[in-house]
Ligand binder design. Structure first.
Ligand code: NAD
Ligand code: TYD
Length: 353
C-alpha cells in the first residue's frame, strides 16, 4: 500500500472497528479513511469523538445490505482498499433472530465484493479487500488442540455460519475473479468500547449495579481472549504486509474458562469499588446454557508471528485492569449504550433462563 490511499472501513463505529479507525486515522495521515456504518444498536459515534474532526477522516451512514448505497460510496470515493468489519456480531442474538445475520454478514459482504470487483476489475494492482472474521468459523474444540489456518470450517451457531459463508464468498471472489483478498480470523476480543451484551463488559456492568452475573451452564467453556488494540495492531500489520490470498489467524494464547475469568473480574472489581473481598462473587448465578454452546476456542497464530512479527502487548491482567478502569471512568458512554432498548434486550435474553 502506498502512502496516499483512500480506504473504506466498514463497521468503524463498532467495538473493534472504532479501534481500527482510530489507529489508521492517527497513524496514516496520508490515507483518507472513510468509515461506513449503519449505526445499529452496536454502532456508536461516541466511540470516535477524539478523531472525528481529523482532516483525513469521513463518516458515511450506510447499510451494506443496501446495494445502490454501496455502489454510490464506491463511485464517490474510488476506494483503493476495504477493511470490512461491519457485521452482526453477537451469538445470542443470532440464536433469537438469525435473519439479520444472513442479510448483513452474507448479503452485505457480497454487495461490497461486487462493488470492489466492479471498481477494480481493470486495475486490481495495489488494491485490497481485507475481510475481518472470527475463529468461530472453525467450530468448537475439545480439551486439546488449536485452530490453525488449515482447520476445516465447521460453524455451529447462526453467527459463525454467516461469518463462514462470508469468508467463503471472499475466497471465491479471490479465486474466481482475481479480486485481491486477505482474511483474518481472530479469537474473542475485549477492551474499551465493547457493547455490554458480550461477556466481559456485561459482567463489569452487572457487578457495578449489583445485578446477578449470568453464567451459562457450569461456566466450563473456554475462550482465548485478546486485547482489542492488539487486534487492531494485527490488522494494521496484515493490511500492510500480508500476502494476497492468504488467511491469518489472530489469537491471544490466553485461554480462560468462563468461570475463572468471572472470578478474576469479581476480585478486580471488589478492589476497585472498595467492596469487601468476595462481595461480587455472591452475584454469580448459573443459568440455562446457550443452545449449541461451543465448548472451547483456541488459536494457533504462528503464521502471523513468524511472517509478520506480531505479538500481543499487554498481559491479560494488565489488559483487564485497563478495561475495568475504562468502564468505571466512562459512565456517560455506558449510560448511553444501556439506555433505549438494552433493558428490553436483557429481559428477552435473561428472564426465564
Ligand atoms: P460490533 O457489533 O461491536 O460492531 C459492528 C458494527 O457494524 C457496528 O458499528 C454496526 O453499526 C455495524 N453494522 C452492523 N450491521 C451493519 C450494516 N448492515 N451496514 C453497515 N454497518 C453495519 O462488532 P465487533 O465486535 O466490533 O466486531 C467487528 C468485526 O470483527 C465483525 O466482523 C466480527 O465478526 C469480527 N470479530 C469480532 C470478534 C469479537 O470478539 N468481538 C472476534 C473476532 C472477529
Ligand atoms: P460472548 O462474549 O458472547 O462471546 P462468544 O460467544 O462469541 O465467545 O461469550 C463469551 C463466553 O461467555 C461464552 O462461552 C458464553 C459465555 N457467556 C456467559 O456465560 N454469560 C453471558 O451472559 C454471556 C453474554 C456469555
Amino acid at each position: 500500500m502506498g502512502t496516499s490511499k483512500t480506504l473504506l472501513i466498514t463497521g468503524g463505529a463498532g467495538f473493534i472497528g472504532s479501534h481500527v479507525v482510530r489507529r489508521f486515522v492517527r497513524g496514516y495521515p496520508g490515507y483518507r479513511i472513510v468509515n461506513a456504518d449503519k449505526l445499529t444498536y452496536a454502532g456508536n459515534l461516541e466511540n470516535l469523538t477524539d478523531i472525528e474532526n481529523y482532516p483525513n477522516y469521513a463518516f458515511e451512514r450506510a447499510d451494506i445490505v443496501n446495494k445502490p448505497r454501496v455502489t454510490e460510496l464506491f463511485r464517490k470515493y474510488d476506494f483503493d482498499a476495504v477493511i470490512h468489519l461491519a457485521a452482526e456480531s453477537h451469538v445470542d442474538r443470532s440464536i433469537s433472530s438469525p435473519d439479520d445475520f444472513v442479510f448483513t454478514n452474507i448479503v452485505g459482504t457480497v454487495n461490497l465484493l461486487n462493488a470492489a470487483l466492479a471498481t477494480w476489475k481493470d486495475r486490481p494492482a495495489g488494491k485490497l479487500f481485507y475481510h475481518i472474521s472470527t475463529d468461530e468459523v472453525y467450530g468448537s474444540l475439545g480439551d486439546e488442540g488449536l485452530f490453525t489456518e488449515d482447520s476445516p470450517y465447521d460453524p455451529k451457531s447462526p453467527y459463525s455460519a454467516s461469518k463462514a459463508a462470508s469468508d467463503h464468498m471472499v475466497r471465491a471472489y479471490g479465486h474466481t475473479f482475481g479480486l485481491p483478498v486477505i482474511i483474518s480470523n481472530c479469537s474473542n476480543n475485549y477492551g474499551p468500547n465493547q457493547f455490554p451484551e458480550k461477556l466481559i463488559p456485561l459482567v463489569i456492568n452487572n457487578i457495578r449495579n449489583n445485578r446477578p452475573i449470568p453464567v451459562y451452564g457450569r461456566g466450563e467453556n473456554v475462550r482465548d481472549w485478546l486485547y482489542v488494540e492488539d487486534h487492531a495492531a494485527a490488522i494494521d500489520l496484515i493490511f500492510h504486509g500480508g500476502k494476497e490470498g492468504t488467511t491469518y489467524n489472530i489469537g491471544g494464547n490466553n485461554e480462560w474458562k468462563n468461570i475463572d475469568l468471572i472470578l478474576l473480574l469479581c476480585s478486580i472489581l471488589d478492589r476497585k469499588l472498595g467492596r469487601p473481598s468476595g462481595a461480587s462473587e455472591k452475584l454469580i448465578t448459573f443459568v440455562k446454557d446457550r443452545p449449541g454452546h461451543d465448548l472451547r476456542y483456541a488459536i494457533d497464530c504462528s503464521r502471523l508471528r513468524s511472517e509478520l512479527g506480531w505479538k500481543p502487548i499487554p498481559d491479560f491482567a494488565e489488559g483487564l485492569e485497563k478495561t475495568v478502569d475504562w468502564y468505571l471512568s466512562n459512565d456517560k458512554w455506558l449510560a448511553g449504550v444501556i439506555s433505549g432498548d438494552y433493558e428490553k434486550y436483557y429481559e428477552k435474553m435473561y428472564s426465564g433462563r
